[in-house]
Design a protein around this ligand. Structure first.
Ligand code: BTN
Length: 327
């Protein structure tokens, strides 16, 4: 951990009592003047750190900015893999592009790339993903699962469950999953997942899991054509959500679900997914390329594909496409 991360971890841990400059200096092996300089720097970034002669340093407020050191400090000891390495960009084209580049450079799996804003955020099926500065969580996780390309859908399913759990924990709002990757509050989408992979014949080289959560967008941030389809956690709850806290919870839940996938416990994830999914049991219309499939969504298979009973009675496993639930 960096010095800033260690300072933030120590003052968070001592949130009740505060921690003295001397104690921080001795724990970190730096001078008290160096501690003071780092604290000043953190204040400039928006951290509200009180200093009193008796109580020492106390963290009384945190900014709504994504700060890699702070996220690392908060995740330390809580995650095995996802979120042990975090990179934050002020602006990118798409965080999936950065993660893809890191993959090609040989970076270890688990690295997470956040951007405050994306210029070319993308969704599934070639759609654009609106990613205004400071209003959402736009991030990508690099994974190197030892699996077949077909099984990568398991990761999208795991990410959907993790995203729902984290949102519910941080906002006390219930959300549901519309297969394959839409996280919705009521009928409107609040988050989406874009899974991209590099594979060789029957083995995956790496996977980039891109997740976008509409956190603090207001109605004015949503273009007219999106208002019928999407919302944000702020609009749903009526309050601003602290993005760093939600980011930490998301990474904890993603790490947990990924460990289950690696341990061959996908059935547990798929059971929870089925409970949260509002597509199962419904009549659906799925467009895959130019083909349209009409039928009833019955279950998930062991790879995470949707099993659809067609009008003609055949059971088909569908791994992608555009789904509409027919009323
Ligand atoms: C979808 O629902 O169509 C998927 C949306 C995925 C958006 C995220 S934002 C972070 C990452 N970078 C991108 O360009 N897309 C994903």
């Amino acid at each position: 951990m960096t010095v800033d991360a260690r300072i933030l971890a120590a003052i968070r841990q001592a949130s009740q009592t505060g921690i003295s400059g001397a104690e921080l200096a001795s724990r970190l092996g730096i001078s008290r003047a160096a501690v003071w300089a780092r604290i000043e720097e953190l204040r400039q970034l928006g951290y509200c750190i009180e200093a009193s002669p008796h109580g020492g340093y106390k963290l009384v407020g945190t900014p709504d900015v994504l700060h890699a050191d702070d996220l690392l400090a908060r995740l330390h000891d809580q995650v095995h893999l996802i979120g042990r390495d975090i990179r934050v960009f002020e602006e990118t084209t798409s965080t999936n592009d950065i993660a893809e580049k890191l993959a090609r450079d040989g970076v270890k799996e688990g690295v997470v790339v956040f951007a405050e804003a994306q210029r070319e955020g993308r969704g599934r099926l070639g759609r654009t993903w609106l990613s205004p500065r400071g209003k959402g969580l736009w991030f990508s996780v690099l994974l190197r699962p030892p699996c077949r390309p077909q099984a990568v859908t398991q990761l999208t399913v795991a990410a959907a469950v993790a995203t729902c759990r984290a949102i519910e924990k941080e906002t006390q709002t219930t959300c549901t999953i519309k297969w394959p990757n839409d996280i919705r509050c009521g009928e409107l989408k609040v988050a989406g997942i874009l899974t991209e992979l590099a594979a060789e014949l029957d083995v995956v080289k790496h996977v980039v899991l891109g997740i976008g959560v509409n956190v603090n967008l207001t109605a004015a941030d949503l273009p007219r054509e999106l208002k019928q389809l999407a919302t944000s956690l702020r609009i749903v709850t009526g309050r601003k959500i602290l993005r760093p806290s939600l980011a930490v919870e998301l990474l904890i839940q993603l790490d947990r679900e990924y460990q289950k996938v690696l341990a061959g416990r996908f059935a547990e994830i798929s059971d929870e997914w089925a409970e949260r999914c509002d597509t199962l049991g419904q009549s659906v219309r799925i467009q895959v390329g130019s083909r349209i499939l009409l039928g009833r969504a019955e279950a998930l298979d062991s790879d995470g594909a949707l099993l659809v009973r067609s009008q003609h009675g055949h059971l088909e496993a569908v791994t992608g496409g555009d789904v509409s639930i027919l009323k």
